[in-house]
Design a protein around this ligand. Structure first.
Ligand code: HEC
Length: 282
């Protein structure tokens, strides 16, 4: 008796599940879910040829220095790099004196406390300091940026899919909202104060195009500072801030693979050697 009861209960649930599935499937086919504007117009990052792409890729130090210059002269007005200290710049080829000078001349000063009065003050950064934040706090940052807080960029290329190419694509990807978009999604008009950019996840962002004119920075090494070049350089620099030891990691990986290959060959040879007698006997 119990068995029949249990069977019927089971049947009831299985039947219910099947009916719900069928109802859902019919609804999905007859009335497919409306495509969102992001689904239709969001683009994946462009293909970019960076020197550090691929397993044997390496940073191009001159490019990192150019990217740093773009960060310093353009992006640092709004974005912090809170995990990078001035002295870390030795990693991209600046010597101690140069780092000292860069810290000393940094436009934003490091917050400090007056040792006599205890009042807040500021001082010139030293190489051991992290890059000072451009805004005193998030409220100030949002107030100055149309209610959006410019995120810290130290780890940005790790935080986004295909991060290096993403930063490049975002910076070079601003455009007019396509007429096609407005035709199909009239409600999705870019709100006042935001900027249309198909590489940004929800298509409209609060950052105005930061690089707008060729020659916005003047490179010391003679490279032509086109918008494209500056965007590429700053993307490379931000890849370095997110993973300064990228080359070491790759080198260690390569050494490990070579080691494992040799170890495998040795293991195979000793296996042959150990079993040689036994095999002959058989
Ligand atoms: C005038 C201020 C300002 C400047 C200058 C500026 N940004 Fe931004 N940036 C913002 C704001 C504000 C946001 C947040 C946008 C949002 O969430 O809508 C942002 C967001 C970003 C993001 C994150 C996008 C995401 O996926 O969340 C990246 C990357 C970025 N900026 C890179 C840069 C780079 C590189 C430069 C220099 C070439 C730069 N920004 C210069 C204000 C600025």
């Amino acid at each position: 008796m119990v068995r029949i009861g249990a069977f019927l209960v089971g049947l009831f649930f299985a039947g219910w599940l099947l009916i719900s599935f069928l109802v859902g499937a019919v609804a999905y086919v007859s009335e497919p879910p409306a495509k969102t504007v992001e689904h239709e117009f969001h683009k994946h990052p462009k293909e970019v040829d960076f020197s550090f792409n691929g397993p044997l890729g390496k940073f191009d130090q001159a490019q990192l220095q150019r990217g740093f210059q773009v960060y310093k002269e353009v992006c640092s007005a709004c974005h912090s790099l809170k995990f990078v200290a001035f002295r870390d710049l030795q990693g991209i080829g600046y010597n101690e004196a140069e780092v000292k000078a860069i810290a000393k001349q940094w436009a934003i000063k490091t917050p400090d406390v007056d040792p006599k009065t205890g009042e807040m003050s500021t001082r010139e950064p030293v190489p051991a300091d992290y890059f000072p934040k451009p805004f005193a706090n998030n409220v100030a940052a949002a107030a100055a940026n149309n209610n959006a807080i410019p995120p810290d960029l130290s780890l940005m290329t790790k935080a986004r899919h295909d991060g290096s190419a993403y930063v490049y694509s975002l910076i070079t990807g601003y455009q007019k909202q396509p007429a096609e978009l407005l035709k199909h999604f009239p409600d999705a008009k870019t709100p006042e104060g935001l900027h249309y950019n198909p590489y940004f996840a929800n298509l409209n962002l609060a950052m105005a195009p930061p690089l707008t004119a060729d020659g916005q920075v003047t490179y010391g090494d003679g490279t032509k500072a086109s918008v494209d070049q500056m965007a590429k350089d700053v993307a490379a620099f931000l890849t370095w801030t997110a993973e300064p030891k990228l080359e070491n990691r790759r080198r260690a990986g390569l050494a490990t693979i070579v080691f494992l290959l040799i170890a495998t060959a040795l293991a195979y040879m000793s296996y042959q050697n150990i079993w040689a007698d036994k095999k002959k006997a058989a």
